[in-house]
Ligand binder design. Structure first.
Ligand code: E4P
Length: 217
């Protein structure tokens, strides 16, 4: 499973990348707002740090304007992955952009049929929003599972990018189902390493080691 980080915070991205944990980054207009940065500048900075796809989202809703914005975003760096919304215009743009050889992430997916359409439009990634589905009282993981089955049935190459992840359990469940990628907020990504028995075990080892009076090297 690939790990993307879901943020436009360059400091977080740099730190996580140095840990060797990152395969890519996703941003969206809300994350750009939160970072308080200019989209072109921050996307360029992120693309220079991470050796993998960096999703930057168009904000137009009409096809030709989406294509104009996509061209502007694509000029920022070779690893910019154009994010388009799951609408008819977005799907049309997806088809056009991927046929030019640029990766596309189709975002705001809330149904298996939407994911089917995105795959048919040649999407590189489909982003089902697990947490937001959970918020409606429906299990978001069911959506990942349905998409996995459909993509496997027809051998679609579109990668399932589990998005709107809120908990470490979301990451585990998405991995068990076979999502190709999880885009995870920085704090949740760091929390994946935590286990009380790891902390307790390490404490014990260090205490016993101190009693030996030895040093390595
Ligand atoms: C995905 O690419 C989106 O940026 C993101 O996962 C949305 O998550 P949210 O529901 O926490 O805003």
């Amino acid at each position: 499973m690939k790990f993307f980080v879901d943020t436009a915070d360059v400091k977080e991205i740099r730190e996580l990348n140095e840990l060797g944990l990152l395969d890519g980054v996703t941003t969206n207009p809300s994350l750009i707002l939160k970072a308080g940065r200019n989209i072109a500048e921050v996307t360029k900075e992120i693309c220079d740090i991470v050796n993998g796809p960096v999703s930057a989202e168009v904000t137009a809703t009409e096809y030709s304007e989406m294509m104009r914005e996509a061209k502007v975003l694509a000029r920022i760096a070779d690893n910019v992955c154009i994010k388009v919304p799951l609408t008819l215009d977005g799907l049309k743009a997806c088809k056009a952009i991927t046929s030019e050889g640029r990766q596309v992430n189709v975002t705001l997916c809330f149904s298996a049929n939407q994911a089917l359409l995105a795959a048919k439009a040649g999407a590189s990634f489909i982003s089902p929003f697990i947490g937001r589905v959970d918020d409606t009282g429906i299990d978001g993981m069911e959506l990942i599972s349905e998409i996995r089955t459909i993509y496997d049935n027809y051998d679609f190459k579109t990668e399932i990018l589990a998005a709107s992840i809120r908990t470490v359990n979301h990451v585990k469940q998405a991995a068990l189902i076979g999502a190709d990628v999880a885009t995870v907020p920085p704090a949740t990504l760091r929390a994946l390493v935590k286990h009380p028995l790891t902390d307790k075990g390490l404490e014990q080892f260090l205490a016993d080691w101190a009693k030996t009076g030895q040093q390595i090297g």
